[in-house]
Design a binder for this molecule. Structure first.
Ligand SMILES: [Zn+2]
Length: 479
């Protein structure tokens, strides 16, 4: 088994992956809060950690992967109120929609997908133990808080210092807390909210405790890799470390891996900022492999600047690969397994070396595009044997490791025809608006902008001309 190196967020160093139990990698990745459709920012950790898991399996590891669903939360409760249904209906709906999207994207299910509300008894027991061990206290209203100052090295993952946090928290003093930086383990319910029984009050778990409890339950006191988006480093993962240390005296994971954010004009893509682009819309417009190439073409720790142009470029690159694979399949409907020669071995080695070096997918993808060039060249020159080798590498070795090019090439569907028409329509309206602006008829130009905006199409005037984005539509039920 070749050595794999990853960047550990805790030590900030590239370190060899040495699983606690040789040959088995146990991995916990924080999943979504299920109150809406997932967007392309949510999809990044899904794609990155799915591909990382496939790679570890390819080089011979057994991987046990857990990804949770946060199925109780203020946002779920608010959504339920708005719909006039109970919280569980909202959670069930968006868990089902999550699996629909994961399937569209070719992201495999984890071994376990625990839901917070299935573990409330275990969470109550853990909170009791944290109190007993001297790290938690019950506030006047029945809330339970974690006493951050009891841990000498709180802040080690995020590099945040409790004194600085306390200074920053001064404006938001909560009288129930002994210290403004303490965080909630169990919270009392407001009237009308769903509740679970506990020794302190009827209420529900705080956010961070669920991951500590579910990871411990399913993977043990200490597992190998804890993953997630870098926006979770603080406070979520910092607080998970605090809770685990209070419970077991040990951090929950040996290594921490975090993916970078999708950036939209300087901000991270997030539902609360209203700048999201829904995953299924992205797949509809750019294809599964276009979206996956977009997400894997940058190193997982780097941010990706969201742009239609970048998605479009990746979509075209994916179509080039599919065109070559289809061309080969038309000529050879029953391709056999080629005998591995030095050239193939060399390419597989370059591919796996790139992924072993902190999961460098951009370099691994460059090997796929080298193989694509050679596939086309070999078909042009009639070198069938070599063409089969390159086909085999792309379709059966590299593609499945990254979860790309493993399905048949996309056919032009009705929906993509609609999407093309929509693109033409919006671009024509932009042209008309620009004509009005040139003629200084600003009122009419603004009218076009407003009509588009009301339909969820936002215009951006850039030095290269006017660009547009389809922004997430509010999905509110009438009445
Ligand atoms: Zn989590």
């Amino acid at each position: 088994m070749s050595k794999v190196y990853i960047t550990d967020t805790l030590t900030k160093e590239k370190v060899p992956l040495e699983p606690i139990e040789p040959g088995i990698v146990k991995m916990y990745v924080c999943g979504p809060t299920v109150y809406n459709y997932i967007h392309i920012g949510n999809a990044r950790p899904m794609v990155v950690f799915d591909a990382f898991r496939r790679f570890l399996e390819f080089i011979g590891y057994k991987v046990v992967m857990v990804q949770n669903f946060t199925d109780i939360d203020d946002k779920i409760i608010n959504e339920a109120k708005e719909w006039g249904v109970d919280w569980k209906t909202v959670a069930d709906t968006f868990i089902a929609e999550y699996f629909h999207d994961a399937h569209l994207l070719g992201v495999r299910a984890a071994n376990f997908h625990p839901r917070t509300t299935d573990f409330v008894d275990d969470i109550v027991n853990a909170v009791q133990k944290i109190i007993k061990n001297g790290y938690g206290y019950v506030a006047a209203n029945g809330d339970v808080y974690f006493s951050v100052r009891k841990l000498a090295d709180y802040g080690k993952l995020s590099g945040k210092n409790p004194d600085d946090l306390r200074a920053g928290a001064r404006v938001d003093v909560n009288e129930l807390k002994r210290d403004p930086i303490d965080f909630v383990l169990w919270k009392s319910a407001k009237p009308g909210e769903p509740t679970w029984q506990s020794p302190w009050c009827a209420g529900r778990p705080g956010w961070h405790i669920e991951c500590s409890v579910m990871s411990q339950k399913l993977l043990g006191d200490m597992f190998d890799i804890h993953g997630g988006g870098e926006d979770l480093i603080f406070p979520h993962h910092e607080d998970e470390i605090a809770q685990s240390e209070a419970l077991t005296g040990k951090p929950p994971a040996k290594y921490w891996m975090h993916n970078g954010m999708i950036i939209v004009r300087g901000d991270k893509m997030s539902k609360s900022l209203g700048n999201t682009f829904l995953l299924r819309e992205a797949v509809r417009r750019y294809g599964k492999d276009g979206v996956k190439l977009f997400l894997l073409s940058k190193h997982y720790r780097s941010p990706i600047e969201f742009s239609d142009d970048l998605l479009d470029d990746n979509s075209k690159a994916a179509l080039r690969v599919h065109a070559a694979l289809n061309r080969f399949r038309e000529k050879y409907p029953y391709p056999l397994v080629p005998k591995e020669d030095e050239e193939m071995k060399g390419m597989i080695q370059r591919f796996t070396e790139a992924l072993s070096d902190d999961f460098n997918t951009p370099v691994a993808l460059s090997v796929i595009f080298d193989a694509l060039r050679e596939l086309n060249k070999s078909m042009d020159s009639g070198n069938d044997e070599r063409a089969l080798k390159m086909y085999h590498l792309i379709k059966r070795v590299f593609g499945p490791i990254l979860g790309i090019f493993d399905t048949e090439s996309p056919k032009k569907s009705e929906s993509s025809a609609v999407s093309t028409n929509l693109d033409v329509l919006i671009k024509s309206l932009i042209e008309v608006r620009n004509e009005f602006r040139k003629a200084k008829q600003f009122e009419l130009a603004d009218k076009i902008r407003n009509v588009l905006s009301e339909s969820g199409v936002k215009l951006f005037d850039t030095p290269e001309g006017t660009k547009y984005e389809i922004i997430e539509q509010e999905r509110k039920m009438e009445g």
